[in-house]
Design a binder for this molecule. Structure first.
Ligand code: PFF
Length: 530
């Protein structure tokens, strides 16, 4: 039986758990930097548009698909297409098989195997293939390297409180961070244990199930995350010179807004909202019928954006006030931010760093939990095993697979055999296994998965049926009221007639036409075609 009857205990439990999935490293080490570099508040406007036309429609589609079927994505797509002819899947599958055969001709065995497998699955299994890729393969790959970064944050929490991060210059920070990044022999012990501890922490939560594990932990962890972020924001903005950071982060500069900014905003909207990874559909499958999906999606998006903006203010006010230049990714978080906090007057660098890394650990942990849950849900139904056994088995496999990323984060030095193997099969192995996994998941699987979900919701399952599902739990009339009436706060029932400018019509137009086109552009940008 693919359908499950686990359900969230409360609406807030669901909202906090889903926001916990959305708020992660992407909010803290990416959003602030790309915002600063792409015109500050001007970029935030573009980002909000990307959320409106890509993030929101897809989130509504995924939540509805989950709730309507009460299934993991591996069966959810299938539910509406089983026994039916799926000409689109067959057509795309055949095209992919032909490209796979061409790859054989061009002697690219790796690409040929991947394409032929995908094409054959699409032809034989139709939409189920999309469910398995988005709900099993994508989370599996992402979790493997996300867990490694989670391990680093734990190491940095301990280092902060042990006073080992007392450097005031990123160059000194590099001396601590680079051995970890390069997995030098001296760091193996700590690297392996921290990575293990992080995966184990997520496993313990998922072990206790949806209500007792994920929901209960989110109700504690998410408020903690916002309290810590709030404290860091207050610390940052009260520093003399903080306004330079706020200016970099938020002052609108339309000249810094480039055409790519739009595509960057879309990629970020995708990753940050944890879309097309099976998570939102799985979390949606635990929803009760009376929950308002549109309102929930807006709340989750609001919390995610709030966390990103708070992180930007906390990070850049301190970094600029202390006279550093910003960067993005691990460099910002593990070298520049600690240097800045150490220079803050009062000699409490260890405390600010400790709080910052606890906050980062919470953000990464709730995201990791959300990546593990769809895998466990899948294993329970597919292999007919208990949740407990599924958690233990999957966590171990994920941990072991993640070791490849832990040992090959920045380069291939530790894994020359794997580099050779991948090069033999794919001609190019990229800079490291970590980067390879990230680019495969973020640049290929997510946008293509998102495209498939938009097409499925808009054309296959169909806008009519999705809206019917969304209507359950939505106050009657709200979905069909004129958007202008809704914005004014007037009672939509006084303006009863269904309107052409209603949220329902806006969603349907987006998911059918706007979202797929935008996602294709974002995808072409991700893979370097435009
Ligand atoms: N959305 C999270 C972030 O912005 O960091 C991360 C994330 C969670 C990415 C879950 C992918 C994922 F499947």
């Amino acid at each position: 039986m693919e359908q499950h009857n686990e359900k969230w205990g409360s609406r807030w439990g669901f909202l906090l758990a889903t926001a916990g999935s959305a708020i992660g490293l992407g909010n803290i080490w990416k959003f602030p930097y790309i915002t600063g570099n792409n015109g500050g508040a001007a970029f935030v406007c573009v980002y909000l548009l990307a959320i409106l036309f890509v993030g929101l429609p897809l989130m509504i589609a995924e939540l509805s698909l989950g709730r309507a079927t009460a299934c993991h994505p591996a069966w959810a797509f299938d539910k509406f297409t089983k026994g039916q002819k799926t000409p689109l899947a067959g057509f795309v599958g055949t095209l992919i098989i032909i490209s796979g055969l061409l790859m054989v001709f061009f002697r690219c065995p790796g690409h040929a195997i991947l394409l032929l497998t995908l094409g054959i699955f699409l032809c034989l299994k139709g939409w189920k293939t999309v469910g398995v890729i988005t709900g099993v393969l994508a989370p599996f790959i992402i979790i493997s390297y996300y867990g490694v970064i989670g391990g680093w944050t734990i190491i940095y929490v301990f280092k902060s409180f042990a006073g080992e991060l007392n450097f005031a210059d990123p160059a000194q920070g590099k001396l601590i961070f680079e051995p970890i990044l390069n997995a030098e022999k001296s760091t193996w012990g700590i690297l392996l244990s921290a990575h293990f501890a992080f995966v184990a922490a997520a496993a313990v939560v998922v072990f206790f199930g949806v209500q007792n594990g994920i929901e209960k932990s989110s109700k504690v962890l998410m408020p903690m995350l916002f309290i810590l972020l709030g404290a860091l924001v207050l610390r940052g903005i009260s520093l003399p010179g903080a306004s330079k950071g706020l200016k970099f982060f938020l002052s609108p500069d339309f000249s810094a807004l480039r055409p790519e900014s739009v595509l960057i905003a879309m990629g970020q909207a995708f990753f940050t909202l944890s879309l097309a990874m099976g998570i939102t559909t799985t979390y949606g499958s635990y929803l009760k019928r009376d929950v308002n999906i549109v309102q929930s999606a807006l709340t989750i998006i609001g919390l995610d954006t709030l966390a990103a903006v708070m992180a930007g203010i906390a990070v850049f006010s301190s970094v600029f006030a202390m006279g550093f230049d910003p960067a993005q990714g691990p460099g910002l978080v593990y070298m520049i931010v600690p240097s800045a906090f150490n220079k803050v007057p009062g000699n409490l660098g260890w405390l600010w760093n400790g709080l910052f890394f606890i906050m980062l650990t919470i953000a990464a942990l709730t995201s990791l939990i959300s990546l593990l849950e769809p895998l466990v849900n899948f294993a329970v139904r597919q292999f007919k095993i208990s949740r407990h056994l599924a958690v233990i088995l999957f966590s171990l496999v994920i941990y072991l697979f993640g070791l490849l990323s832990a040992f090959s984060c920045a380069n291939w030095k530790n894994l020359p055999w794997l580099e050779k193997l991948i090069k033999d099969f794919f001609k190019d192995a990229g800079p490291s296994f970590f980067e390879l996994s990230d680019s495969f998941a973020s640049n290929w699987m997510l946008p293509l998965g998102g495209l498939a979900i938009a097409i499925f919701a808009g054309w296959i399952w169909g806008t009519k049926r999705v809206i019917k599902e969304v209507r359950r739990g939505t106050r009657s009339g709200l979905l069909d009221a004129n958007i202008l009436v809704l914005l004014t706060g007037l009672d939509p029932r006084d303006y009863a007639r269904k309107s052409l400018f209603s949220p329902a019509v806006f969603w349907a137009v987006s998911i059918r036409w706007i979202t797929p086109v935008l996602v294709v552009f974002a995808f072409l940008y991700c893979i370097g075609v435009i």
